[in-house]
Ligand binder design. Sequence first.
Ligand SMILES: Nc1ncnc2c1ncn2[C@@H]1O[C@H](COP(=O)(O)OP(=O)(O)O)[C@@H](O)[C@H]1O
Ligand SMILES: [Mg+2]
Length: 391
Amino acid sequence: MTTIRNPFSKTVIGDDEPLCNQKNLLSALMLEARSGNNNVLLAPRRAGKTSLAMRLARDYRAEGGLATLADLSAVPSADAAADRIATALFASLGVDSKIFKKLSQLVTAFVPVITMNPDGSFSVSASASGLTKSGIDRLVSVVASIDSISSQSNTPLLVIFDEFQDLAMLSDGAQIEAALRSTIQHHKASYLFIGSRRKLLRDMFESPKRAFYRGATTRELPLIETDEFSAHLIALAKVSGAVWSREITDSIIATAEAHTYSVTAIAHALYEMTVPDTPTAEDLAGAINTAADRESSLFMSIYASLTPQARMLIEAIADEPTKHPMAGDYMSRHKLTNAATVRKSLVALVSSDHVAVDGNGLINLTDPLLKRWLNSRWGKRHISGLPGMIT
Ligand SMILES: Nc1ncnc2c1ncn2[C@@H]1O[C@H](COP(=O)(O)OP(=O)(O)O)[C@@H](O)[C@H]1O
Ligand SMILES: [Mg+2]
């Protein structure tokens, strides 16, 4: 029996999997990489940033360039950042052994450690060489070696820092920012800084007080258009013999407000429930609930990490997106008692990017499934039979 894979991937899109649209942005970023320019790419969590960056790196390599992608999400220290960047650099040099030998030596703060996996493939990691001090010095040294590598190559080295704002959130973040900015400033490499905490990342590049001020062009990852997304979903389902109607795919996208991950998660659940049949509207309703339920532990951990006041506010916004959460009638409708507290909670929710101003100018949740989960969770409970006092 052949096992059919669910074509709706809930993780980062691999190099050989189809990516829906984003062609304009991809070609603009390719041009910027070839020209050695720096860019910032902003989008909410799970909108498709990493998938796009991986595709950019793949296409840049296909043209003969070198591209490296370091994931800095939740990085705990400058040392750990240096390690992650060095490992990403070594991995990107693995195109052929001559290049690897020649260029990996330029990363003086680390030596590559190659290990063979049980399946015969190889992995590379980075071990501190002892030639530089630890902490910011080591990080600066690794970033400086990016320039040495780039100088040896015909095209600029493309360096992608994913969730870059997390580096600035460390306690010595300001120092790290200043040190990196002066190291990167005259580089031949092209940098792409990506982040989902949009306010934090925007501030880093747009506030005159910050080291990276005007250091890059800021771009937003656009939502995928409904027409294209629908055609993409229909094509993916069809590969495994399932016929999906345009009504079904349009309604997935409408329910998920075109949020890339949410659309994919609902499609994933629907495919699983119905393949090889054509899904009905009833199937879709079930798949939406399943998709939201599957995120439950993540959503609960997000909710639990908020202050009680921020929890009250995010529930209010989930229930009723608004332009004015501090307006008296809004506050009383949602049992919010103090405007100063609402303002403080709003700042926290915006900086963690759980809420943002949407296309209609309303403060809204950035994750439509989280919104659904909040709206269905606490307020309503199923009862079996009617209580006796109702006649
Ligand atoms: N262009 C795209 N077309 C179709 N699906 C996508 C696209 N980009 C991302 N996805 C899907 O969206 C989800 C989130 O993608 P990811 O790249 O991890 O987002 P981010 O880095 O913004 O958090 C994944 O399930 C991925 O498969
Ligand atoms: Mg990502």
